[in-house]
Write a protein that binds this ligand. Structure first.
Ligand code: GLN
Length: 556
């Protein structure tokens, strides 16, 4: 039976609960334990797939095709293992299954209630993931902030778990200890209130992870300990850091993993001191790079960095693999439409057009691709970025001026990107795209095959539209290389241009599989090509610490 660590958050949202859960997972795994992490989201959507990126940020897709919360991306990156559909439970899913059972008559004669029916279903999903993963430690992160009405059934369910499993369950609460300028000191009251709020619903926090600008003094920790009813060593500073990848180190230094192991009574013969050598080496490459380059991300959600979470992280991993800091320049594709690509993109080293939906800004993305292609700037297209690359090629190289995707112009004569028959009849919006992992066969000798170093790969998808095979022959005859094909289905997955320093675009989302310990080969080679352009353009690519820009801010 797995031991359970419940992670909750208090005071304000965006305290980095997901990173905290992922970091604890990493530390426990580094001690030789089998770890799994599950996210419970209190909202009523079945999954975040139908929410706007402005609202929810990135939708993280798992191998088994679930559309999930972006925190699952952190889990995969930190614990270096793949999660599944069962790792993200929403209130919507819970109610959906209970209400279907009610209609079937499973509760005949009874009143269906939050307690026990909803709470039982929540506990059932926690237990079933423990069993499925055979984890030693099962970390359960509860979305939202303590005090939200919505999260109450989830908190009640884990309160019951504690009652049932006693020493096998502990509560870690992530909270904020703000520095108040006017008073010249940090304030512990918000933390006290939020721990009290938990206590009112029957949960006593065991460990507090206190987000603060600077490490907390011992008297502050003692005060928090006293008022929150925890031992002083359980008040751990979660000091602000530049890179999220430094968080496991901060927690380890604060004694978190040791404390969790002790509190859960994990026999010391089972747990080694954590082996953090490889992780620390990676963090060092992130924080102390030798080189640098600047890559433009041209999209339409560029002021909501969470919308591109995995793309940002994949570029950080690829940077580390090349001993480089990748600076990001965020460019709104509608600005490209108004100001022209040359004005915004002439002095970057690489250009990436990531995934997206809807017509707004698409012409700016097509102009971006044309600029990258004609000016020999390394180009990496992700999903929509592959579709616009195909449209651009069809318009300006093949000469079909009206070429488009039926998503943007259903009346185009040359729909080089189109819905296939199996998507054409779909009316439901939720969970109906091409989702999850598909095998892709690579063309021998292509840029893609050389990057991956293997003939077949598996990548995750989230899209409706595909390259229209009707035009494949004409596109290739003019020089577009179709270097990746779906195994078992006639679908183009990768396009590239041979007469260009580095031009490659994929129908899938490689960013979802990049990990610190295993940077994605396409991102790695894209960054390498961008570094080469920088050196050719400026004569050197040496890292300049005075030129620190967006990537740190993107992570904050
Ligand atoms: N809108 C495009 C499609 O549905 C691309 C989707 C994406 O970039 N994820 O096919």
């Amino acid at each position: 039976m797995a031991k359970i660590v419940v992670v909750t958050g208090g005071v304000v949202s965006s305290l980095g609960k997901g990173i905290a859960a992922a970091s604890l997972g990493l530390l426990l795994k580094a001690r030789g334990l089998r770890v799994t992490i599950q996210k419970l989201d209190p909202y009523l959507n079945i999954d975040p797939g139908t929410m706007s990126p402005f609202q929810h940020g990135e939708v993280f897709v798992t191998d088994d095709g679930a559309e999930t919360d972006l925190d699952l991306g952190h889990y995969e990156r930190f614990i270096h293992a793949s999660v599944t559909r069962s790792h993200n439970v929403t209130a919507g899913q819970i109610y959906d299954s209970i209400l279907s059972r009610e209609r079937r008559g499973d509760y005949l004669g009874r009143t269906v209630q939050v307690i026990p029916h909803v709470t039982d279903e929540i506990k059932r999903r926690i237990h079933s993931l423990s069993l499925m993963t055979e984890a030693d430690v099962h970390i359960v992160e509860i979305g939202g902030t303590v005090g939200d009405i919505e999260s109450l059934p989830f908190l009640e369910a884990v309160r019951q778990l504690k009652l049932e499993l006693r020493r096998d369950v502990i509560f870690v609460h992530v909270t904020l200890v703000p520095f108040i300028k006017a008073a010249g000191e940090v304030k512990t009251k918000p933390t006290q209130h939020s721990v009290k709020e938990l206590r009112e619903i029957g949960i006593q926090a065991d460990i507090l992870l206190c987000r603060s600008e600077a490490p907390l003094d011992s008297d502050v920790r003692e005060k928090i300990a006293l008022f929150c009813n925890v031992p002083t060593e359980a008040v751990i500073s979660a000091t602000d850091v530049k890179s999220i990848y430094e968080v496991p180190g901060v927690f380890h230094d604060g004694g978190l993993d040791e404390l969790v192991v002790q509190m859960l009574g994990l026999p010391s013969r089972d747990v080694q001191p954590p082996d953090l050598a490889a992780w620390s080496a990676f963090v060092r490459r992130v924080t102390h790079p030798g080189r640098q380059c600047e890559i433009a991300i041209v999209g339409k959600y560029t002021h909501v960095r969470d919308a591109y979470k995995s793309v940002i992280e994949a570029l950080i991993h690829a940077g580390a693999a090349n001993d480089a800091r990748v600076h990001l320049r965020w460019v709104e594709s509608t600005d490209v439409e108004q100001q022209g690509a040359a004005a915004l993109l002439s002095d970057v080293d690489g250009i990436c057009v990531p995934g997206g939906f809807g017509e707004r800004g698409v012409e700016g993305k097509i102009a971006t691709v044309q600029f990258a292609r004609e000016k020999s700037i390394p180009y990496f297209g992700l999903c929509l970025g592959m579709q616009v690359a195909t449209i651009e090629f069809a318009r300006h190289v093949v000469g079909w001026a009206d070429a488009n995707s039926s998503e943007f112009d259903p009346s185009s004569e040359h729909k080089v990107i189109d819905l296939l028959a199996d998507q054409a009849g779909v009316t439901d919006k939720g969970g109906t795209m091409r989702l999850g992992a598909y095998k892709c066969a690579l063309r021998e000798g292509s840029l893609a095959a050389r990057a991956y170093g293997q003939p077949e790969v598996e990548e995750r998808h989230r899209h409706r539209y595909e390259l229209n095979n009707k035009y494949a022959q004409q596109l290739t005859s003019r020089g577009l290389v179709l270097s990746g094909k779906c195994v078992g289905r006639e679908l183009v997955e990768i396009v590239e241009l041979p007469d260009h320093p580095w031009f490659l675009a994929v129908q899938f989302h490689p960013e979802l599989k990049s990990r610190p310990q295993d940077p994605h080969p396409l991102f790695r080679d894209f960054v390498r090509a961008s570094l080469e352009r920088r050196r050719a353009r400026l004569g050197d690519d040496v890292f300049d610490a005075t030129n620190e820009t967006s990537i740190e801010r993107a992570e904050a």
